[in-house]
Design a protein around this ligand. Structure first.
Ligand SMILES: *[C@@H]1O[C@H](CO)[C@@H](O)[C@H](O)[C@H]1NC(C)=O
Length: 334
């Protein structure tokens, strides 16, 4: 008798769960570039009548996004902080310390389908330094707000982080899998110095290191946070330095310094007589990843070595001098 009851109960649950699933519609804001989308705000779900009604979901999201962000005015305030400040803090929590002239776009997602662009954009470009929402200073905005594409982001359930956005990118570019996402040239040195250009009438700032290595790094369009993790681990772990008894050890083993030079030209490909850089990452995200890379190398070096980690400035001309010792120059790709 018990068995029959249990079976009946099972049937009842089955009948319940096969009833029509409720329709749901998610609304969110993403910082978007050509190669990466990062969710910066997820709003409460809105009600929709069924999973076919895309326009309803889209329109309700537009309303919700506009209401919650004062029509996407990044400089308007909500509870004492600017709207942009909320976005900067969210990006900071994903390790993106540096955002430069990025637009924020509204998206909607119907019943777990792909994220679709609502047509809503932020009124201004977003700029963040560390956690702070700052005024964008560049007069020459070369990166115009692109028309965002729909994001196939089945993975982005719950709160999407960079990692999930990165995974989504993986999905979008499967046909390119196996391609290099980050490339660095590592050179052992006795000393090195990098002259950084500052404002017109100021003397250049000089960044110097002693014995250790110079790392030239370039992120290509498939680069994600994972690329940064892998490359930064290689810098501190790989045995590319020679110690006093001639053995190959890591830069941390010799308590060496590291100078990290952003080198976007490493992404170049020869075409006829010219170099082309079509595979390079978008500048905004290249810069964010570069900052994260520096930060990661520095923090893992600090744990085990007394060496200093110094960094250049992304996207500017810089003059480098170095004394290299031995032909210990390597290319590392991930
Ligand atoms: C060089 O590295 C080897 C291997 O780790 C170690 O045995 C040796 O003591 C090191 N020499 C010096 C001078 O640190």
């Amino acid at each position: 008798m018990k068995i029959t009851l249990a079976f009946a109960a099972l049937l009842a649950t089955f009948a319940l769960s096969s009833a029509q699933e409720p329709a749901w519609c998610r609304c969110a804001a993403f910082v978007s570039s050509r190669h990466m989308e990062i969710m910066v705000l997820e709003l409460p779900e809105v009600d929709v009548s069924d999973c076919q009604n895309n326009n309803q979901c889209r329109n309700r999201c537009i309303n919700e996004i506009n209401t919650m962000t004062n029509e996407m005015d990044l400089w308007s305030t909500v509870n004492g902080d600017t709207v942009g400040q909320y976005f900067c803090e969210e990006l900071f929590s994903h390790g993106l310390f540096w955002i430069h002239n990025s637009y924020v776009h509204g998206y909607y997602q119907m019943c777990g389908g792909p994220w679709e662009y609502t047509g809503v954009d932020s009124q201004q470009a977003l700029c963040c330094t560390n956690k702070e929402h700052i005024h964008c200073v560049s007069k020459d905005i070369t990166w115009k707000p692109s028309i965002p594409r729909s994001i196939t982001m089945e993975i982005a359930t719950g709160k999407a982080g960079v990692e999930q956005a990165a995974n989504a990118i993986g999905c979008m570019s499967v046909q390119q899998s196996g391609e290099v996402a980050g490339r660095m040239v590592v050179q052992q040195c006795l000393s090195a110095s990098l002259k950084l250009k500052r404002a017109e009438n100021e003397a250049p700032e000089i960044v110097e290191i002693g014995r250790g290595m110079v790392v030239f790094v370039c992120f290509l369009e498939k680069a994600t946070e994972e690329t940064v993790d892998k490359l930064s681990k290689h810098v501190t772990n790989v045995r590319l330095c020679e110690n006093d008894s001639g053995r190959r050890v890591s830069v941390c083993d010799v308590q060496g310094d590291v100078l990290i030079v952003p080198q976007a030209t490493l992404g170049g490909k020869l075409k006829g007589k010219a170099m082309q850089y079509h595979m390079n990452i978008d500048k905004v995200f290249g810069e964010a990843l570069y900052h994260k890379f520096c930060h990661q190398v520095r923090s893992s070096s600090e744990k085990v070595s007394s060496g200093n980690v110094k960094c250049g400035v992304y996207g500017t001309r810089q003059v480098l001098s170095m004394d290299t010792n031995g032909p210990y120059t390597h290319i590392v790709e991930v």
